[in-house]
Design a protein around this ligand. Structure first.
Ligand code: GLP
Length: 236
């Protein structure tokens, strides 16, 4: 695991956007695993600015989002489908047919998840997956007790995990599994703020355990963590 600590959130996002752009320039048809949540918001803003300034062309990439609430309509403003289009896909030139987001409105979740795994394989696997981390150590929506061999599937969410606007309404999600994520060629995990100091320390220094799914990243050959000083506060 490579750990880089930056002075502030903005720097994490700038560096993450730079790393992603290097990946795309090196391999224009890269398959990217993409996160949602509050942490990557500024990263997407910078990736959009690279396109608007004519610095980066997204026309050959393929994207796979980590997760989506279930059940949820893609029209719901709190869906990850809407988050991604509002913050990224509506502003850059990724062909819509190569944007893949688990369908929260499907009435066949098992088939949806199976097809997602087959699609990832069809594109040769994920070249680079960007992760955030939940306070309970979840990655994507792999909550504690997620099996290391888990694939894309329907999961139950812990109360604290669900976006406050949806709590009480939704308690499930479709998510890439731990194995799905671990098969990515390269992984970049972003964490900012004091709330992430504890989960980050467990991720890097704790035992590898299903109690803290992010700890499995210790077993991956190419993981980089971009942290700000608050998220890194308990490391030394
Ligand atoms: C959600 C997402 C994760 C994200 C996590 C942290 O659970 N499914 O992909 O990493 O929240 O979100 P935030 O970046 O808002 O702290």
């Amino acid at each position: 695991m490579k750990v880089k600590v930056f002075n502030n959130y903005q720097s994490i996002c700038s560096k993450a956007a730079m790393l992603i752009s290097k990946q795309i320039i090196k391999k224009p048809d890269s398959a990217l695993g993409l996160p949602t949540g509050s942490t990557p918001i500024t990263m997407y803003e910078k990736l959009v600015s690279f396109y608007e300034e004519g610095l980066l062309d997204y026309s050959e990439i393929t994207t796979f989002n980590l997760d989506e609430y279930y059940p949820i309509s893609p029209d719901n403003p709190d869906s990850f489908f809407r988050y991604m289009h509002k913050r990224f896909f509506d502003h850059v030139n990724v062909p819509e047919e190569r944007v893949h987001i688990l369908d929260g409105s499907t009435n066949k979740p098992k088939e949806e998840c199976k097809e997602y795994e087959e699609l990832i394989d069809k594109y040769g696997g994920l070249d680079l997956t960007i992760l955030g981390i939940g306070e309970n150590g979840h990655i994507a929506y792999n909550e504690p007790n997620s099996a290391p061999g888990s694939q894309t599937r329907l999961v139950e969410l812990e109360e604290a995990t669900v976006n406050s606007k949806l709590s009480g309404e939704i308690n499930q999600a479709l998510t890439m599994g731990i194995r799905t994520i671990m098969q990515s060629n390269q992984i970049l995990l972003l964490a900012s703020g004091k709330r992430k100091a504890e989960p980050i320390t467990k991720t890097i220094k704790g035992p590898v355990t299903t109690d803290h799914p992010a700890s499995f990243l210790q077993l991956h050959p190419s993981v980089t963590l971009y942290l700000d000083t608050d998220a890194a506060a308990k490391l030394n």
